[in-house]
Structure formats: C-alpha cells, structure tokens
Design a binder for this molecule. Structure first.
Ligand code: NI
Ligand code: MN
Length: 226
C-alpha cells in the first residue's frame, strides 16, 4: 500500500494498482494548487469523509473526468448520484468489501454541511484494509471515545489524524487518539492550510517523540509505503 500526501486531508492511496483518492481539495488549497496537477489524478474511487468545501472541492470534476466511484455517507453519495456520478452510500459502522479491500465508515465528531449550507449527513472517517495493511483516516474530528472501538476489530498499521487544532483535534489530543486506536505510527494532516490551523512542526514532532510515537509530516506529493 502506497500513501501519497497531496495537502490538507487529501490522500492518494494505491492498493495493488487501484487508486483511492480521499477528500480532494487541491485547486483551492494555496499550499498544493501549484504542486499538484488536479488533471493528473485518475482515481478509481473517491472517498469523502464529510461535505465541507475543504474536503470535496475537486471531487465532482475529478469523478466526472476519471469515471471514479464516490464512496461516502448516504447524503453525500446521493448528492453525487444526482449529478450523474456513480456513488456508493455507506453509514456509520458499516463495512463494504470493494475490489481493493474492505472499507468501514466510522464515527467522527464534527459537522458536515455542503458549501451551500445543505445537509451533508453526519461526518465520518474510514478504516481501510488492503494488501493486508490497515489504515485509519479519521477525517475532521475531535478526540472521541469511539476511537477506542477501532482496535477491537482492526490492528492498524497507520493512523492518519488531523493535528491542526481549532476545527479538529490538535497535537495533544491526537497523541491521546493514537493511544485510543492503538497505533503509534501517525501521519498528520489538516494543518497549515489556513491561518487558524498553522502549527509548529518541530514542537509537534517533539511531543509525539516524547510520547514514544512517530509523527510523520510529509511534503506535498511525498509518499510512504506500508
Ligand atoms: Ni470539516
Ligand atoms: Mn476540514
């Protein structure tokens, strides 16, 4: 499993050649719009954690051009279905076995309106299993006790957690979240994109290090292999 960070919460996952794009927000992201060519992305699937602009902005355009299937909660999937895009609706606690592996839609504490204010269902995260590796994409969320449910069924190899604070967990809560999901290997996301979520990288890494955990902060376009 190859995981590429494309800025904010935008993650490209390659599972045996199947491309899964999570929360595409590139053309409106000042940090990634000149580094990532939206038109170069041809995902088979687009997973959306919730309906906020900074998670769905480029989804419609990419899905229509690439014939991608959108996977999200029922309300978001229906929204894209109505735009003529093939979509797979899920809801919290549900699993589906896709051709690349299993996806579970899990709880997040956040909100989920579309940019026009219409209802975007309840926000979530994803637990993805593929090539015998398991990753958790928390999406935008507070620290929540529900994270403790994840290791009851899944041994994680990587936790992708928001760390930017203000709209989501910050560093200190992300360290606790890492304990809750029983995964010491963390990829930090949802930081630096806007003024409200700028972080001190060295301080963040030091805090994780002191907690005997590994925080990865990737450059935009940088990949890791699991
Ligand atoms: Ni959000
Ligand atoms: Mn967000």
């Amino acid at each position: 499993m190859k995981i590429t960070f494309l800025g904010h919460n935008t993650i490209l996952i390659d599972v045996s050649g199947t491309q899964i794009l999570v929360d595409p927000f590139i053309s409106g992201n000042p940090l990634s719009k000149d580094k990532v060519d939206v038109n170069s992305l041809n995902p088979d699937y687009i997973l959306l954690t919730h309906a906020h602009q900074d998670h769905i902005l480029d989804a419609e355009q990419i899905a229509k051009r690439s014939d991608s299937k959108i996977v999200s909660n029922f309300e978001i999937a229906t929204h894209y279905q109505n735009l003529g895009i093939e979509s797979h609706p899920m809801n919290h606690g549900g699993n589906w076995n896709f051709d690349f592996g299993n996806v579970k839609y899990v709880n997040a504490i956040h909100t989920s309106s579309f940019p026009d204010g219409s209802y975007g269902g309840q926000p979530g995260g994803f637990v993805i299993e593929g090539e015998h590796k398991n990753i958790y994409i928390a999406g935008d969320t507070a620290l929540t006790m529900d994270m403790k449910l994840i290791p009851l069924s899944t041994k994680l190899d990587l936790a992708i957690l928001p760390i930017g604070d203000n709209f989501t967990m910050g560093i200190d809560d992300a360290i606790i979240a890492s304990n809750f999901v029983q995964c010491d290997k963390v990829l930090g996301v949802h930081y630096d994109t806007f003024g409200y979520i700028e972080i001190d990288h060295e301080e963040a890494k030091r805090k994780f290090y002191n907690a005997e955990k590994d925080l990865m902060l990737l450059e935009i376009g940088e990949s890791i292999e699991l």
